[in-house]
Design a protein around this ligand. Structure first.
Ligand code: ATP
Ligand code: MG
Length: 387
C-alpha cells in the first residue's frame, strides 16, 4: 500500500476509531457510491493533536449535485457555488465540499470563481497552512503532501506554498495565522511571519466583522497574550485606529480567565486606560451591544477593590448583573475575604437592584408621588439606603 504521509497502520487504526459515527456515515455513503471522500482541514489537525474537533469538514470527488442527490432530504445546499453541501446526520452537521481549486481573488478576500477538480492534491494545495492541508480516509490513512504532520510535531505554522502569494490572495489568512498560533501555541515560520508585515495593508479590504471574529477566537484561546503578535507584525493599524492606539505592552490578558468573550476582551482592553477607549475599539469592530455594555462595566470597575465591608460590597455588586460581577471578581483577583462577603450577601438574598426592592412604584403612587422622573430618583435613593 502506498502511504503518502508519515504514519503506521497501528496509528491509522487509532485515528479511524476517533471518527464519530455521523461522520463515518457520510464518508461511507460517498465511498459506496464510487466517490472519494476524506475528512479534511481542521478536524484532521485536531485529531492528530488528540484534541476534539469543533466541526467536521469533508472533501470529496462528488460534485455538489451528486452529493445532493445521494443524501436527499438530509442535504442542504449551503454553498453550492463553492461546492459546499451540508449533510445532516442525526443531530449533527457535516460540511461536504467538492475538490476544488480557487480562481483569482479579485478583492483579496473571495475567489472570483472556483474550479472543481478530480485531484485531492489540488484541493489540499489551495488551503492556507500545512497543518490545515491534510486529509484522512475513513480507514485513518493520512494524505499529507505538504508535510503538515511534521509542522504539527514541531509546532510550526507555515503557509502552503509562497506566503506572500497566499496572503495576497486572501488577507484574512494573516489573522488566521496569528489566531492559530495562539490556539495551538505554534511559532509562525520565518518566511510566513515576514510576509504578514508585507501584505498587512491588504487587511483594509477585510470586513471588520471577520477581523473581529478572528481576534475574538484568539483572545478566547489558551494563549490570549499572543494578541501582542498583532502589534509586533505591524497589522494593528489595519484592525482599527483605536485598537492601534492601545497601550498593548501593558496588556494583562491570560488564559487563567474564563473563556467568555466579554471577559477576555475586557481583560485586554483594560490597557486602553478608559472605558471610552474600550468601547471605541469594540464599536469599530462591530461587537454586539451586550458585549460592549459588559466590557464597559468591567473596564470601569477594573482595579477597584471594595473595602471588606458588607455595605460597600453590596453597593458595588448592585452596579452590574450577577454574572458580570462574578467575572469582575476573577478579573480583579478578589481574595477570600470579599468572596466570603459576597456568599453571605447572596445566601441571605439581600436586595441588590431596583426590581428586588420591597417598595414598588405602585406603593409610591399610593403614597401620592407622581409617576415619572421624581419617582425614579426616589426609588434609586431608597435602593441606596437599603444597600
Ligand atoms: P476551526 O478550528 O476554527 O474550525 P479550521 O482549520 O477548521 O479551524 P475552518 O474555517 O473551519 O478552519 O476551515 C476549514 C478548512 O478550510 C481549514 O482547515 C483550511 O484547510 C480551509 N480554509 C479555511 N479558510 C481558509 C482560507 N481563508 N484560506 C485557505 N484555506 C482556508
Ligand atoms: Mg473548522
Amino acid at each position: 500500500m502506498q502511504l503518502k504521509g508519515a504514519g503506521n497502520m497501528e496509528e491509522y487504526r487509532e485515528l479511524a476509531a476517533a471518527i464519530p459515527p455521523f461522520v463515518r456515515y457520510v464518508l461511507t455513503t460517498l465511498e459506496a457510491a464510487g466517490f472519494e471522500a476524506y475528512c479534511v482541514g481542521g478536524c484532521v489537525r485536531d485529531l492528530l493533536l488528540r484534541r476534539t474537533p469543533g466541526d467536521w469538514d469533508m472533501t470529496t470527488s462528488a460534485r455538489p449535485e451528486q452529493t445532493m442527490a445521494l443524501f436527499g432530504n438530509c442535504a442542504l445546499p449551503t454553498g453550492l457555488k463553492h461546492g459546499t453541501v451540508t449533510v445532516c446526520s442525526g443531530m449533527n452537521r457535516v460540511e461536504t465540499t467538492t475538490f476544488r481549486t480557487d480562481g483569482a481573488y479579485a478583492d483579496h478576500r473571495h475567489p472570483e470563481q472556483v474550479t472543481f477538480t478530480d485531484s485531492l492534491q489540488e484541493d489540499l494545495s489551495r488551503r492556507d497552512f500545512t497543518v490545515n492541508a491534510m486529509a484522512m480516509e475513513l480507514a485513518g490513512r493520512l494524505h499529507d503532501p505538504f508535510h503538515g504532520r511534521e509542522d504539527l510535531k514541531n509546532g510550526v505554522l507555515r503557509c502552503v506554498g509562497e506566503p506572500e502569494k497566499r496572503f495576497s490572495e486572501d488577507a484574512l489568512r494573516i489573522l488566521r495565522a496569528i489566531r492559530f498560533s495562539a490556539q495551538l501555541d505554534f511559532e509562525i515560520e520565518k518566511e510566513t511571519f515576514e510576509a504578514i508585515s508585507v501584505i498587512a495593508p491588504n487587511l483594509a479590504k477585510v470586513s471588520k466583522e471577520r477581523i473581529q471574529m478572528e481576534l475574538t477566537k484568539l483572545l478566547c484561546s489558551e494563549h490570549p497574550e499572543k494578541i501582542r503578535e498583532v502589534y509586533e507584525t505591524g497589522i494593528s493599524t489595519y484592525v482599527s485606529p483605536a485598537f492601534a492606539a492601545l497601550d498593548w505592552q501593558n496588556a494583562r490578558v491570560s488564559a487563567a480567565l474564563p473563556k467568555e468573550k466579554y471577559v477576555r476582551w475586557a481583560a485586554f482592553l483594560r490597557c486602553g486606560n478608559s472605558p471610552e477607549n474600550a468601547v471605541r475599539v469594540l464599536r469599530d469592530l462591530k461587537l454586539d451591544n451586550e458585549t460592549v455594555s459588559r466590557v464597559k462595566t468591567l473596564v470601569t470597575w477594573a482595579d477597584v477593590t471594595p473595602a471588606a465591608d458588607e455595605a460597600e460590597v453590596r453597593r458595588m455588586m448592585s452596579r452590574m448583573e450577577p454574572e458580570v460581577w462574578d467575572s469582575l471578581m476573577e478579573l480583579n483577583g478578589y481574595g477570600t475575604e470579599i468572596r466570603a462577603l459576597v456568599a453571605l450577601i447572596r445566601g441571605r438574598g439581600d436586595c441588590l437592584s431596583l426590581k428586588e426592592l420591597a417598595v414598588k412604584g405602585q406603593d409610591l403612587i399610593a403614597a401620592g408621588v407622581k409617576p415619572g422622573k421624581e419617582m425614579g430618583s426616589m426609588l434609586h435613593e431608597l435602593l441606596e439606603h437599603v444597600l
